[in-house]
Design a protein. Structure first.
Length: 64
C-alpha cells in the first residue's frame, strides 16, 4: 500500500492524552516522505495541488 497524503486534524492547544501517538504519526509521515496536513489551510493546499491532479499522486523527492 502507498500513501500520498495524510490529513490529521488535532487541537494543539487542548490536552492530548494521545500526544505520543500524534508525534509518532507526524514522525512517520516525515520519515517516509508523505505529505501531512494538520490544519485546514494546508489540507486545502495539498488536495487542490496541481501536482496531485496531474499525476494522481504527489511526486517523490529524490533521496540523497
Amino acid at each position: 500500500m502507498h500513501v500520498d497524503l495524510v490529513v490529521f486534524f488535532w487541537d494543539p492547544l487542548g490536552t492530548q492524552p494521545h500526544a505520543a501517538d500524534v508525534r509518532s504519526l507526524i514522525r512517520l509521515a516525515v520519515l517516509h516522505d508523505v505529505a501531512i496536513a494538520c490544519n485546514r489551510r494546508t489540507a486545502d493546499l495539498l488536495v487542490t495541488s496541481a501536482m496531485l491532479e496531474e499525476t494522481g499522486s504527489l511526486p517523490a523527492s529524490p533521496r540523497g
